[in-house]
Design a protein around this ligand. Structure first.
Ligand code: SF4
Length: 374
């Protein structure tokens, strides 16, 4: 490989990045508008999911909440239901708060400086820079994981990219480079280059407009850069969900409390165990009494019908789902339990793990995943 020691000039980087982008830019639905509301919605959704999935959620969100006024006046349950599947529901709640704030305080208009944008709840430096550049043409570079990876490789940065000093070094380089381009094009080019060309596992260095001076490529360090401190291992949690099927077509759901994962979302009644475990008949008997007050719950079956898991930022949740058939269902003790018709259960907002189960044949027909081929 040809090795060169060429310093990275912001102007050259900017020009070559833009030339690449003119040929490779992605056609994304949210790029058709500079409306700050749509930019905001798209950027928050893209923090939760990949671009291809994001298109579907973006369309759905804007169909239900086409304007900031409609979002501000919507009930939280509708917002959470629309957000279902994206996870990290606090992002949706923060959007709701900010929409209400802007409608009440600023006739629904977004502020036009990055400083004011950054003060809005749920809008961090990345989203503020995206709105400032895409909607108002201001020269503020967007910096997310893709951009940190790309620039740390180009500059050959070997310090931890999660450290503020490293981010600042990258930001200073980008603030110089963005001066040589139209800000919104520069930011979109950065995003597209990081996603399509300088990918995490297999950057396409053999056909790269930056390879002549990219330090990671020149020094054969593309697998070592970016440098990231190892994450703490995930905490494992074992959740057992009870799918209680009453003869009269009802079931029980439970609302989660605040201060825990999935605050105020709904779930099927839950028991958590410290270890991996399969619930037994005696576990169900005590549990059903505590929920319904029935001394002899008329259970015809209580099998483990489905298993699933979901990774959150610091936890891995293992979910076991049990089908319990009963002939009578009254709630006497727990105020966080709701008796609802099974057919209408999908109107409530559930964590992804539970909503996937509710959409499965295991919930509707009582077929285990193996039987239904899921
Ligand atoms: S040469 Fe490779 S590592 Fe460097 S910017 Fe291009 S794709 Fe990324």
């Amino acid at each position: 490989m040809l090795k060169m020691n060429v310093s990275v000039l912001p102007a050259r980087f900017s020009s070559e990045l833009l030339n690449w982008w003119l040929e490779h830019k992605r056609d994304l639905p949210w790029k058709k508008s500079t409306d700050p509301y749509k930019v905001w919605v798209s950027e928050i959704i893209l923090q939760q999911t990949r671009v291809e999935q994001g298109k579907k959620y973006f369309d759905r969100f804007l169909t239900v909440f086409p304007t900031i006024d409609i979002l501000a006046s919507a009930p939280e349950e509708l917002l959470l239901k629309t957000w279902e599947g994206l996870g990290y529901y606090n992002r949706a709640r923060n959007m709701h708060f900010t929409a209400k704030y802007l409608v009440e305080q600023n006739q629904g208009a977004f502020p036009t400086t990055i400083q004011e944008l950054s003060q809005l709840k749920g809008i961090g430096p990345y989203t503020a820079a995206a709105i400032a550049s895409f909607s108002f043409g201001l020269p503020h570079p967007v910096i997310d994981g893709n951009v940190l990876r790309l620039i740390s490789r180009v500059l050959g940065i070997t310090s931890d990219i999660q450290q503020p000093a490293t981010v600042k070094e990258i930001q200073q380089f980008l603030e110089k480079a963005i001066e040589f381009a139209v800000p919104e094009d520069f930011n979109q080019a950065l995003m597209d280059f990081g996603s399509l060309q300088c990918t995490p596992g297999r950057p396409n260095c053999q056909v790269c407009v930056l390879s002549e001076y990219c330090r990671a490529f020149q020094e054969e360090k593309t697998t070592e850069i970016p440098v990231k401190k190892k994450k703490q291992p995930l905490v494992k949690r074992y959740f057992h969900f009870l799918d209680i099927e009453c003869e009269d077509g009802h079931t029980l759901i439970q609302q989660r409390t605040s201060g825990e994962i999935w605050p105020r979302l709904f779930q099927l009644p839950l028991i958590e165990t410290a270890q991996e475990y399969i619930l037994r008949k005696e576990d169900f008997d005590g549990l059903m009494f505590s929920i319904t007050g029935q001394t002899t719950p008329a259970l015809s079956t209580y099998p483990l019908i489905a298993k699933s898991s979901q990774v959150l930022s610091h936890q891995k949740i293992y979910g076991n789902f049990y089908k319990l058939k009963v002939n009578k269902l009254n709630i006497i003790k727990n105020t966080d339990l709701y008796l609802v018709e099974r057919e209408k259960v999908s109107k409530f907002a559930f964590p992804k793990l539970v909503s996937e189960y509710i959409r499965s044949n295991a919930y509707s027909n009582g077929l285990s995943m193996a039987e239904s081929g899921e």
